[in-house]
Structure formats: structure tokens, C-alpha cells
Design a protein around this ligand. Structure first.
Ligand code: 13P
Ligand code: SF4
Length: 332
């Protein structure tokens, strides 16, 4: 009965809200389900450590898209946010894709509705539309090409210089790409709440406390944060820099979940999360959407294969085009 009720309420709640016994070992159950269902768990670096540790693959948005594209599992379990699971579904329309909590959204995706982008496109009919993958399937369906933070420069460089471009929805990533490519793209007014939460004053104080540390930042951060950075890159770019750069200390300006994998890669180096304006539990910046997923919800979504991601066929077909263009250019 509880299960029937929970299934009925799934749209409203966003996840299967059912009780499980206290004695359950989520890690063991998830491992069992992976085998039984031939499932693959793809997780983003911003997921909680226990989820990253049980995942088959942990990566940045671009790596996760490639992994989704080549997945031969029967069940794709996406431990990330909605737009990521939707991208996996667009790439695998015949496979079942589940997300532990449908409410795991993204402030960037929410800042750009398809109708608004369509109206903006109409005002600028000569512009090509490049959208960050942090958008809904409906927005991708009216985009010319997608990008992630790790391939944005490459994607923009692949477009003829005299071609005007609309870049949506991240104004910070867009401004950074304008700067490094010398373009003058029209920028949508969206931002990531996590990367806009960093405090420049607190960041500079942290740097004074650890003067040998290099500041490294994600390009979703604001310009005044990026100006202080010795390196700017996607989540995988940041991990790679911490690994290959000879420095022994880093102040990391991105979502704090990345520190789990980064510390594993550089066990002897010191990592400090960039501080957020508001003091919160970790004095860092955490994505409330990414953190909606937990081991219980992950287990339940694998056990009952719910909540499932659905994309209407017409949107799926149109959205696949800009994603595929991105993957093709990116792998050149
Ligand atoms: P990347 O993992 O592509 O760097 O993106 C960061 C992000 O904010 C994902 O939501
Ligand atoms: Fe969206 Fe920012 Fe959260 Fe990434 S970290 S999912 S960009 S809100």
C-alpha cells in the first residue's frame, strides 16, 4: 500500500517517499541491484562522497555525456541533476534512465525557459544559438549547438568569426569565453547560485592565511573571482590541474563535492574550499540540487526503477542534434 501511494505521489514529491528498515546497507543493496539489473551508475563530482564511491563512473558534464552515449547497460542511473539525466535519455531514447530525485534541478536551467529563448532568437534571427548543457531538453531542441565548461572554447572557436552568437544561459561562463576567444557573444542573464555565492573578501583572506596556495576556479564563477585564479577550468580540468601542477596547496572555487575526488587524486596536497558569502555548514558552497540525491533515494530509484526520465519524441530528436554536434566537435 505504501509503495502504491508513493508511486502515485512521485510527481508531487519528485522521488519515491517510502520507508526502509534501519538495518539496510545501502552500498550492498546498490551493488546487488547494479548486477541484477545490468545498471550503470553515472555520478557527477558534486554528488555526496558515498554516491561517488559506489558509482561506476564519476566525471564532469562532458565526460558523463560521453559515458551516457556509449552506455550498454539496460538501466542508466544518473546521480546528478535533471538536465544531465535528460541528456542521457536524449542520447539513449530506448533505454530506461532514472534519477533519484526529479527536483534536482539547476539554477541555470531554470533561468532559461524555451519560450523566452525562442522569443530572443526571433529578435536576433542572424544569430547562432549556443547553449550550455545546463538547460532543459526543450531549450536544447531550439539550440544550434551545445557546450560544457570543458569544451566551450573549442565549440566557439569552431564557429566562423563573423557569425554572431547567442550564448545561454550562463552569463559568467559566456563572459569568460568572450574574453578568451575575443568574441562579443550576446549573453543570456543566467547564473549558477553555487558559483555566485563565493565571497571575494573571504577568498582573499583565505589566500592570506595560505599564501602558497594557488586559487583554481570554475568558469561559472564571477569575473572578480576568476581574476584571482591561477587556473580556470571545468571540474575535471580542476582535478587534473591539482594533480599535474607542482603546487602543494590549492584553494578550490567550485562546488565542495569535488574535494572528495580531488583529495583522492592528490592525497598529500592541501585543499581548501573557497568560502561562500553566507556561512553554512561547510563554510563553502554546496549545490542544493546536487545534494537532493542521497544513498536512500539512489537505492529506491534502482529498486523500483523510478522516477524515470521521459522526453517527448519530437523534442528528443531535435535536442539530439546540438548535443551530437557538440560531441563530434569535442572529440576532434
Ligand atoms: P562541469 O562538471 O562540466 O565542470 O560542470 C559543472 C556544473 O556546474 C555541473 O552542474
Ligand atoms: Fe546548476 Fe550550479 Fe548546481 Fe551545477 S552547481 S547543477 S550549475 S546550480
Amino acid at each position: 500500500m505504501e509503495l502504491q501511494e508513493a508511486k502515485k505521489n512521485i510527481k508531487e514529491r519528485g522521488f519515491l517517499d517510502i520507508s526502509v528498515g534501519d538495518e539496510i546497507d545501502y552500498a550492498e543493496e546498490i551493488k546487488r541491484l547494479k548486477k541484477e539489473k545490468n545498471a550503470v551508475i553515472l555520478a557527477h563530482y558534486y554528488q555526496e562522497p558515498a554516491i561517488q564511491d559506489i558509482a561506476d563512473f564519476v566525471g564532469d558534464s562532458l565526460q558523463l555525456s560521453y559515458k551516457a552515449a556509449e552506455a550498454d547497460a539496460d538501466l542508466i542511473v544518473f546521480a546528478g541533476v535533471h538536465f544531465m539525466a535528460e541528456t542521457a535519455k536524449i542520447l539513449n531514447p530506448d533505454k530506461k534512465v532514472v534519477l533519484p530525485d526529479l527536483n534536482a534541478g539547476c539554477s541555470l536551467s531554470e533561468a532559461c525557459e524555451a519560450e523566452d529563448l525562442a522569443a530572443f532568437k526571433k529578435k536576433h534571427p542572424d544569430h547562432l544559438v549556443v547553449t550550455y548543457v545546463n538547460t532543459s531538453a526543450a531549450v536544447k531542441a531550439i539550440s544550434d549547438i551545445c557546450c560544457t565548461s570543458s569544451n566551450a572554447k573549442k565549440i566557439i572557436d569552431s564557429i566562423p568569426e563573423d557569425q554572431p552568437i547567442i550564448f545561454a544561459p550562463d552569463k559568467n561562463l559566456g563572459a569568460y569565453i568572450n574574453k578568451v576567444t575575443g568574441r562579443n557573444m550576446l549573453l543570456w542573464e543566467g547564473a549558477c547560485i553555487v558559483h555566485e555565492a563565493f565571497s571575494i573578501d573571504k577568498l582573499l583572506s583565505t589566500h592570506q592565511e595560505h599564501p602558497k596556495a594557488k586559487i583554481i576556479a570554475h568558469p561559472e564563477s564571477e569575473e572578480h573571482i576568476l581574476k584571482t585564479a591561477a587556473y580556470i577550468g571545468s571540474t575535471s580540468g580542476l582535478i587534473n590541474f591539482a594533480k599535474t601542477d607542482p603546487s602543494q596547496e590549492f584553494i578550490v572555487a567550485t562546488e565542495a563535492g569535488i574535494l572528495h575526488e580531488m583529495q583522492k587524486e592528490v592525497p598529500n596536497k592541501k585543499l581548501y574550499p573557497a568560502p561562500a558569502v553566507e556561512d553554512n555548514t561547510c563554510a563553502c558552497s554546496e549545490c542544493p540540487y546536487m545534494k537532493m540525491n542521497n544513498m536512500k533515494k539512489l537505492y529506491l530509484c534502482m529498486e523500483y526503477e523510478l522516477p524515470e526520465i521521459h522526453v517527448p519524441e519530437e523534442i528528443q530528436k531535435k535536442a539530439l542534434i546540438p548535443i551530437q554536434r557538440m560531441l563530434d566537435i569535442s572529440s576532434r
